[in-house]
Ligand binder design. Sequence first.
Ligand code: APR
Length: 228
Amino acid sequence: MNKQPKIVILTGAGISAESGLATFRAQDGLWEGHDVNDVATYEGYQRDPIAVHRFYNMLRQKLRDPHIQPNAAHFALAELEYKLGRENVTIVTQNVDDLHEKAGSQHVIHMHGELLKARNEKTGVIFDCQNDIDYLKNNNIRPHIVWFGEIPLQMDEIYHLLTQADYFISIGTSGHVYPAAGFVQIANEAGVKTIELNLEPSLKESQFDQKLYGPASQIVPEFIKQLI
Ligand code: APR
């Protein structure tokens, strides 16, 4: 039996842009008009929890919009997992949307949390959350989102998978935010072949062995075809 390659794929907001979700750092991006310190830090949440819930309730409502659906890039990654096997393909996403799962991917690590989950701060219990959170009714419930200054999720597992991989493919991320921005260096040091697929060169562009630039819905299926 042929040994299948092991592939770790990092995705960022760029993969969901053509599905209608704003990226963070574009001119009309998600952070535009919002102070990150207000809506994406624990300190901001302590200062004004109602405003923070309003922001995430708005994002959650957007995700429920039936027009927001996976695009060809999400589907290509789901097909890759289907063809090579769940144990060989891992998506590590910085995205808090559910478009990888909607496209059919099963092995997805949400390192920055998930918009459609909430967490009880007192008990730590994580649960599905499709609707608005009303802070006034339950002030123990926070979005299951990793805010700036908090530790991303499942990092040990991610580093293990990354150093054991044959390929590391980074898709639709600007390379501004660590630890994800440091994955390419770790992969390089472990002898993993590194590929960047993005609309334009990211901050980490020079560290990748191979790169392809264009809209994710075009370049991701094109690149993935070679691996199947
Ligand atoms: N196809 C491919 N790439 C695209 C597309 C597209 N259609 N549209 C935009 N991009 C690229 C942009 O060129 C940019 O390099 O996607 C990248 C998006 O970058 P950011 O907005 O910085 O998003 P991301 O890298 O995911 O942000 C990382 O920062 O704000 C925090 O926690 C948040 O998870 C987020 C993290």
